[in-house]
Ligand binder design. Structure first.
Ligand SMILES: *Cc1c(COP(=O)(O)O)cnc(C)c1O
Length: 402
């Protein structure tokens, strides 16, 4: 694999994010293909036994096994690191594989984690159910409350973990303030940046140490594959994350990496257009539903902070109806264009009832504390013409008496 002259890292590092998304990390084989090659191989052959020994000893550059390295996956890892402004990145098989690896690779029995309470359901399962089995305790706080982060610190606190905007209530964490508190106390901050992507916000610019992704969402962006990534310093990725992932094996497949590489080419275009569409649909819905939580609208209690941290609002927001589950399900069933689906970041508009789907596995108390109510619906606004979406919502809202 050679890189075209002008594509060595010292040059590609200076490119702006939209250029990185198209070209960052590209490596060409002897055939000079323009599009990234898909290397479907589990192993690698060596010219001689001495080469195999040298590679295993780390004395010779090259790949040994696709649980450890793959040329297609490596292109994606470099592209994501360049987009993020991170020294290094490693891909995993899904967003949850990335979150699990980012946390467990650095935590041991006796450690303590502080986490924002509004979070993806499985992320809450990690802190609430998995970690206690291994003697890792956690304090769950309202991530919007900056003082709560400081107050929750214990002598054994190792990690702060949060997402912003958070699923599904669109809570915003003040990243500069919270990452600053972490730094002062020698705590590692892990940010789940699935909703914003590096195009809208780069948590490391605000002092985050580790950024983890579900690349299933905006990065693929067309609802095709599961993928995840963890970004950090070279030392964190090589010395802390890699020993964990190489030996536990949450490896991303080359095929899925290739699909995400193709997805990243249009990430900048998609997320800005989907944010614009989300603003139009949000403004329409704001006049028609009792309550809306949309980081792009002035009515969101943390709108100013959200817009300070993010370049645009992103495609996701939530609405609340007064008629509980019956009215929420009624609205979903009346939609003709928007699909009922719990995925997000897709180019299709999708809507879900978190209480009975993504957050159904949590107890009623945890749901209530997170603001996941029976009348709540979460919407991902896609790339359709927003006027068609507005017409669909208009007829569906009328069908449930709104
Ligand atoms: C979807 C999602 C995840 C999990 O990602 P998968 O790719 O589905 O495993 C984690 N965090 C957030 C915020 C998500 O939206």
């Amino acid at each position: 694999m050679k890189r075209k002259t002008g594509q060595d890292r010292s040059i590609t590092e200076t490119w702006r994010p939209a250029t990185q998304a198209v070209r960052g990390g590209t490596a060409r084989s002897e055939w000079g293909e323009t599009s990234e090659a898909l290397f479907l191989t589990s192993g690698y052959a060596y010219d001689c036994a001495g080469d195999a020994a040298a590679r295993f000893a780390g004395e010779q550059q090259g790949m040994t096994y696709s649980r450890l390295q793959n040329p297609t996956v490596e292109m994606l890892e470099q592209r994501i690191a360049l987009l993020e402004g991170a020294e290094a990145a490693r891909c995993q098989a899904s967003g949850m594989a990335a979150m699990t690896a980012a946390l467990l690779c650095q935590l041991s029995q006796g450690d303590h984690v502080v986490a924002g309470r509004a979070a993806f359901g499985s992320c809450r399962w990690l802190t609430d159910s998995l970690m206690p089995r291994f003697g890792i305790t956690s304090t769950i706080i309202d991530g919007r409350d900056t003082d709560a982060w400081r107050d929750a610190i214990q002598p054994n606190t190792k990690v702060f973990f949060f997402e912003t905007p958070a699923n599904p209530t669109m809570d915003i964490v003040d990243m500069a303030a919270v990452c600053g508190i972490a730094r002062e106390n020698g705590i590692t901050t892990v940010v789940d940046n699935a909703f914003a992507t590096p195009v809208l916000q780069r948590p490391m610019d605000f002092g985050a140490d580790v950024v983890a992704y579900s690349a299933t969402k905006m990065m693929d962006g067309q609802g095709r594959v599961l993928a995840g990534a963890v970004c950090g310093t070279r030392a964190f990725i090589d010395d802390v994350l890699l020993p964990f992932t190489r030996n536990t094996g949450p490896t991303l497949s080359a095929f899925n990496a290739w699909v995400v590489l193709k997805g990243l080419e249009t990430l900048d275009l998609r997320i800005h257009r989907q944010s614009e569409n989300a603003m139009k649909v949000g403004r329409f819905l704001e006049g028609r539903v009792p309550r809306i939580l949309h980081p792009g609208l002035e009515s969101h209690p943390q709108h100013a902070l959200a817009m300070r941290q993010m370049k645009a609002c992103g495609p996701i927001f939530s609405i609340y109806l007064d008629g509980g589950r019956a009215q929420a399900h009624g609205l979903l069933d009346a939609l003709k264009l928007v699909d009922i689906s719990n995925n997000i970041g897709d180019s299709r508009s999708l809507m879900t009832h978190p209480c009975s789907t993504t957050h159904a596995g949590l107890t009623a108390e945890v749901r209530a504390e997170m603001g996941v109510e029976e009348g709540m619906l979460r919407l991902n606004v896609g790339l359709e013409d927003p006027d068609d979406l507005i017409e669909d919502f208009d007829q569906a809202l009328r069908a449930v008496g709104l």
